[in-house]
Design a protein around this ligand. Structure first.
Ligand code: G6P
Length: 368
């Protein structure tokens, strides 16, 4: 499958594919941004402005990282298009006899395009007359064919079991979809232009996040002995936390649990002590002070805090601060995921794990 796609001097595919993200994002954006009308063109979508305007709800369906990326997508659609949106694991959707709503746009999210649960969800939707598009990386894959229309991710081949560049290009595709849905509704040209500019600047922001490599390797070595970790975030930071926890579990086998930061005090805070580090995601949004108080509450109970943020935090609020460059704030979830990939990678490396072939996992799950 990989053909001539080799390691090119990288120690493993996860490392190579993380490094390829700026280029993957450029490819995903190529020819799709319209600076004149401050919108996006998604040629594979097959929805004219009338059809786009008739969408009353958007639901993202996928498994694993594709599901978490879908949750980021739902947040982008709600912010930019002001349409109710959510994400659900494709497996749950297919088994719970869902009400299929003709005014909903369903988005099937999959890197491989072969994940059985996602394919079955698409087939169920089509049987019941649902409008479903794909957000798929592999052209000609089963899900891409079954959907018939959608957005190709253009991430390039992904070999590492832990998905990195595919997840990032999922987020980019959903930002463009959200922009397009917004611009046939209430999103102003000026606000649309900010998103277009933010997307154009994204490869450089990702480049800068990747340049934090040494710093994050240092953090990983300091915390690699932890048996458990929390990943905490609010609103747009919450799916980033979920994906960060997933990545750490997949490649390092360290137990990681993601929580909405405000839910911590409703139970899990009982676990906080000096051996339970928390990674707190702090995007550039209206609730930075809430995340700061979460960090204070954790530290007051002796828990180490690693902040991953795009804003300037008050001095001394965290034991470690990973600061990613600021930019268009609505796109922060796409940038804040990068340091978490590096944290998972370096933790796995410090623990001597087989990074490209984690135990018990397959790159795509094509069986029940
Ligand atoms: C498997 C992989 C995950 C991946 C999920 C969805 O469980 O181990 O890393 O996120 O499948 O894969 P897909 O190809 O549908 O995105």
């Amino acid at each position: 499958e990989s053909g001539s796609y080799g390691l090119d001097g990288h120690p493993d595919f996860m490392r190579k594919e993380m490094a390829e993200q700026p280029e993957a994002v450029r490819r995903a954006l190529r020819g799709r941004l319209d600076t004149r009308f401050a919108t996006a063109h998604l040629g594979g979508l097959d929805l004219d402005p009338v059809a786009l305007r008739s969408v009353r709800r958007v639901k993202f369906l996928g498994c694993g990282s594709a599901y978490y990326a879908g949750q980021i997508g739902a947040g982008l659609v709600e912010s930019l298009a002001r349409i109710p949106a959510d994400a659900e694991p494709a497996s749950e959707f297919r088994y719970r006899n869902p009400v299929v709503d003709p005014d909903t746009l369903y988005v099937a999210v999959s890197q491989s395009g072969e994940t059985l649960d996602t394919l079955a969800a698409v087939q169920e939707l089509r049987r019941k007359g649902g409008r479903v598009i794909g957000a798929v990386n592999v052209v000609g894959s089963a899900i891409a064919r079954e959907c018939g229309s959608g957005v190709f991710l253009h991430a390039g081949p992904e070999i590492s079991v832990a998905s990195t560049k595919a997840v990032t290009t999922m987020g980019v595709s959903f930002a463009m979809l959200a922009l397009l849905l917004g611009r046939v509704r209430d999103l102003s040209a000026a606000a649309g232009a900010r998103v277009v500019a933010g997307l154009q600047a994204l490869p450089e922001r990702i480049e800068a996040a990747l340049a934090l490599d040494d710093e994050i390797a240092g953090i990983a070595s300091r915390y690699a002995s932890a048996r458990h970790m929390f990943f905490l975030g609010r609103v747009s930071g919450w799916p980033v936390a979920r994906e960060g926890a997933q990545k750490l579990k997949e490649v390092s086998y360290v137990h990681a649990e993601a929580y909405q930061a405000a839910e911590l005090k409703h139970g899990p805070i009982a676990l906080i002590d000096k051996d339970m580090p928390s990674v707190v995601i702090v995007p550039d949004d209206d609730i930075v002070v809430k995340n700061v108080s979460t960090m204070e509450q954790i530290r007051a109970r002796g828990g180490p805090v690693i902040a991953v943020t795009t804003v300037d935090l008050p001095a001394g609020v965290a034991d470690e601060v990973v600061r990613v460059p600021r930019g268009e704030a609505v796109l922060d979830p796409l940038v804040l995921g990068i340091p978490l990939q590096l944290l998972a990678y370096h933790t796995a490396a410090a623990l001597g794990r087989d990074i490209d072939k984690p135990r018990n996992l397959a790159k795509s799950v094509t069986v029940e």
